[in-house]
Design a protein around this ligand. Structure first.
Ligand code: UDX
Ligand code: UDX
Length: 477
């Protein structure tokens, strides 16, 4: 059996598939990497001559795409030939939470993964190593293997016998730092049954990752480790956000508490920044998956434990919107609020599960007019996320004719969001929000004006000196 890898196919050109394959192509010039996706718009964007139009904004990605594309990195919609030619196929399609049927709201919908497995079974030739890159519920590899093998029986008249190995190789990259995470991973995890297949994938990573960082496990441990890593990370955010609420109530400062506990090497200092609540495509989905699995396997206490991490996060988001309303004299109807940041974190244009979505919806529901700024998120995306078109164009300097039923507008200029606004709410920690000229902002806001900093990036003294009222998450001092 051939375990030499000359050509790779990746199905799914999203936030995971795109950057991961760009790095593999960059580090392994002798391997041809074909990234395919059913979304032709996305593929066209990956092939765009204008690198600022790549479908994903990720610092450093454009440079890598520039030097690898058309050399050994190719983006196309031709799934059939990419599968045929591949010695190894990565599945990086999305696995959304099921919206109906058994497990609705919690379990992963594997329809895309299943569709990919069927395509692989149909078009692959000889021996193929299939690698799960998407985060999947434990024992999905079994499903993939079953599909691959049953399709093979179905096609037994084929002269050539197809064989498969299935590996789990979850991705731990975080958006915004994807390139560094891929180039210098804490670890690479490979789960599988066949040592030769594991070795074939390890060999690819060894082009830039030291061998001691490549962890080999059984396939189920690898799948579960990915869910567990995200659950532990999300749990830290809910833990620190819960303490932020307690700090506000008691006069402590959550940043001081975080620093104090973070110096304990058993706890560690990273991932202790209180914020508006975790977002991103993975945390909520993966925890709910864990909850579903725990219930399925008759462990309701385990399920309840992890579910509370998500419910605390939801409560925390509503707590922020309620607090804004309370500080603005209990009503925000016909008031203007400047929203700085809509992405779920800085350095990405991704808004999936962003805390800004729920918080903005709450404020609009209460009748506020939001002026939203984000350096990378488009107004079209915001309209999709809020399920609401922007208010009709008008001179945003006027605060007349506000709709009492609430709405939003987008602005490219953060300062213009302050014109006539009663408050500003910082929801994403974009670096450009840390050096705002608050005196300039103050001059054009309606007094009394509040600055609500849910990311602890603004300068308290400068804000107070600019005759603005200031609230910071977790700061009860
Ligand atoms: C997704 C999941 O969110 C994550 O949990 C998992 O670990 C990897 O896949 P991401 O890359 O961020 O992460 O998803 P997304 O940006 O939505 O990309 C998935 C791509 O797969 C889309 O471009 C979609 O068009 C494509 N796709 C989906 C296919 O090509 N074929 C399909 O059958 C389904
Ligand atoms: C996460 C995991 O970190 C990554 O390993 C996995 O592969 C995918 O899911 P990502 O969702 O891209 O990555 O971003 P991450 O940096 O983990 O942040 C998730 C959310 O937590 C963001 O909304 C972020 O703002 C929030 N967060 C993070 C905090 O509120 N405080 C922190 O200290 C860290």
């Amino acid at each position: 059996m051939n375990y030499e890898i000359h050509e790779i196919c990746c199905i799914g050109a999203g936030y995971v598939g795109g950057p991961t394959m760009a790095i593999i192509a960059d580090k392994c010039p002798n391997i041809k990497v074909n990234v395919v996706d059913i979304n032709t718009n996305r593929i066209n964007a990956w092939n765009s001559n204008d690198l600022s139009k790549l479908p994903i904004f990720e610092p450093g990605l454009d440079e890598i795409v520039k030097r690898t594309r058309s050399r050994n990195l190719f983006f196309s919609s031709d799934m059939e030939s990419a599968i045929k030619n591949a010695d190894m196929i990565f599945i990086s399609v999305n696995t959304p939470t099921k919206t109906k049927g058994i497990g609705a709201g919690q379990a992963s919908d594997l329809k895309y993964v299943e569709a990919c497995a069927r395509q692989v079974a149909l078009h692959s030739l000889n021996h193929t190593i299939v690698v799960e890159k998407s985060t999947l519920p434990v024992r999905t590899a079994e499903v993939i293997k079953n599909i691959l093998e049953s399709e093979q029986i179905w096609q037994k008249e084929n002269i050539e016998k197809k064989t498969f190995d299935v590996l789990s190789n979850p991705e731990f990259l975080a958006e915004g730092s994807a390139i560094n995470d891929l180039e210098n991973p804490d670890r690479v995890l490979i789960g599988g049954q066949n040592d030769n297949a594991i070795e074939a994938l390890s060999k690819i990573y060894r082009n830039w990752v030291p061998d001691h960082k490549i962890l080999r496990t059984n396939i189920w441990s690898s799948e579960l480790a990915k869910l567990t890593a995200n659950a532990f990370l999300a749990q830290r955010i809910s833990s620190i956000n819960s303490i932020a609420a307690l700090c506000e109530a008691t006069g402590a400062d959550v940043r001081e508490v975080a620093r104090a506990i973070g110096t304990d090497s058993r706890i560690g200092s990273r991932f202790l920044d209180s914020g508006p609540g975790f977002g991103g495509s993975c945390f909520k989905k993966d925890i709910l998956n864990l909850v579903y699995l725990s219930r399925h396997f008759g462990l309701p206490e385990v399920a309840n434990f992890w579910e509370s991490v998500v419910s605390l996060n939801t409560w925390h988001q509503h707590r922020i919107s309620k607090l804004v309303i309370m500080k603005l004299f209990g009503t925000i109807s016909e008031k203007k609020i400047s929203i700085l940041g809509f992405a779920f974190k800085a350095n990405t244009n991704d808004t999936r599960e962003s805390a800004a979505i729920q918080i903005c919806k709450d404020l609009i529901e209460e009748g506020a007019e939001l002026i939203i700024h984000d350096p990378k998120v488009s107004p079209d995306q915001i309209a999709i996320d809020l399920g609401l078109a922007p208010l009709p164009d008008k001179n945003i300097s006027s605060n007349k004719n506000l709709k009492s039923n609430g709405g939003w507008r987008f602005t490219k200029d953060k300062y213009s969001s302050f014109i006539g606004s009663d408050a500003c709410l910082i929801l994403t920690e974009w670096a450009s929000y840390s050096d705002i000229d608050w005196i300039k902002a103050s001059k054009i806001m309606r007094k009394p004006a509040w600055i609500f900093d849910a990311r602890s990036i603004a300068d308290k003294k400068k804000i107070c000196d600019a005759n603005l009222l200031f609230w910071r998450l977790g700061d009860g001092s």
